[in-house]
Design a protein around this ligand. Structure first.
Ligand code: XIL
Length: 323
């Protein structure tokens, strides 16, 4: 292993990781890999609504501050994730009683408080996360859609922009690579925001993908997003190796090589979009054991470029080979 090579030095765009705060605080190996390899940090959970704003009049900044302060001291970019998401409104939001104006104020107050606190420190935000469902319609289960209508999206961008006019604002979602239905809906939404003059500067594609995903679909996802002219962030990259949930699967050398090729393909395709649109690639955590995939899908899996012990996998070399 050539320790003089790192992802952040080798790649011509920012290469980031989602950081788990408790691992970052407690696990020296994890912390050291983050410091060494990555130059952009996304908080895996600490900037989500429920974590930052657990009751109406309480903000809990400790964890997010910790990561932001660390990043500032170590010259790492911070990408903020995420202001508005259907998935984690705290109970007080779900139980909130109020008319449209009161909901509007709730939305604005949260966004304003968070973006203002990190003004000048957090470069960019996933303003709205996952607003679109698999069938291409706006997600009906979103409390924000239910209470504010489709305008919750543009309002969120406008409020974020008012709080920090220099912050780069992203619409973030998954499934660009699944096929045309969801991809087209996302791109149409983004283009309609651009046409309305809403302050939006980038598309985040999560890209929680799998080694069996076709190169054609991955390429379509990246090039279609770039065609909007906005910045493109591959924001939550991981490549699942056990999409069929086989409980006794082992991670063979053959699988590792297929994963390497898929990482390389994604990086190569991303590196071919215009330079000024390359916001960067962020993997969703660091080592395989840290990945949300194992817990979420209750199966063995190895989705990341580092193994359980933070050794570089073949996938790591695939990333280097992509540029
Ligand atoms: C996940 C985290 O990784 C988990 O730790 C948490 O329990 C749930 O959220 N899409 C997103 C991320 O936008 O915020 C999600 O993160 C993964 C899917």
């Amino acid at each position: 292993v050539d320790e003089s090579i790192t992802l952040q030095k080798a790649l011509p765009f920012k290469f980031g990781a989602a950081v788990n705060n408790s691992l970052f605080r407690q696990n020296t190996a994890y912390r050291n890999v983050v410091i060494k390899e990555f130059n952009s940090l996304t908080s895996e959970n600490a900037m989500k609504f429920a974590q930052l704003h657990p009751s109406e009049n309480t903000y809990t900044w400790t964890e997010a501050d910790y990561l932001v302060d660390f990043a500032q001291q170590n010259g790492k970019r911070v990408h903020g994730h995420t202001l508005i998401w259907h998935k984690n409104p705290p109970a007080w939001v779900l139980n909130f009683q109020g008319d449209a104006a009161a909901w509007d104020k709730l939305l604005k107050d949260h966004i304003t408080a968070v973006v203002t606190r990190y003004k000048g420190k957090v470069t960019s935000w996933d303003v709205v996360n996952e607003a679109i469902a698999e069938n291409g319609s706006l997600r009906p289960e979103s409390i924000w859609l239910q209470k504010l209508g489709p305008e919750f999206i543009e309002k969120s961008f406008i409020y974020a922009h008012q709080a920090d006019p220099d912050a780069l604002l992203f619409y973030n979602d998954y499934g660009h690579e699944y096929g045309p239905t969801k991809r087209t809906a996302i791109i149409n939404l983004v283009n309609s925001l651009i046409q309305k003059g809403v302050p939006i500067h980038g598309i985040g594609m999560q890209m929680h993908t799998r080694y069996t995903q076709s190169n054609a679909n991955l390429s379509a996802a990246i090039t279609t997003a770039a065609a909007t002219g906005l910045r493109v962030h591959i924001a939550e990259l991981d490549i699942a190796m056990n999409p069929d949930n086989i409980q006794d699967l082992t991670y063979s050398a053959g699988l590792a090589e297929q994963q390497k090729a898929k990482y390389e393909y994604i990086v190569r395709t991303y590196n071919a979009i215009p330079k000024n649109q390359q916001f960067g690639i962020t993997t969703w955590n660091v080592g395989d054991a840290d990945s949300w995939i194992r817990g979420e899908y209750k199966r063995p899996d190895w989705p990341l470029p580092f193994d359980d012990n933070y050794s570089r996998k073949a996938a790591y070399q695939g990333i280097l080979d992509g540029v």
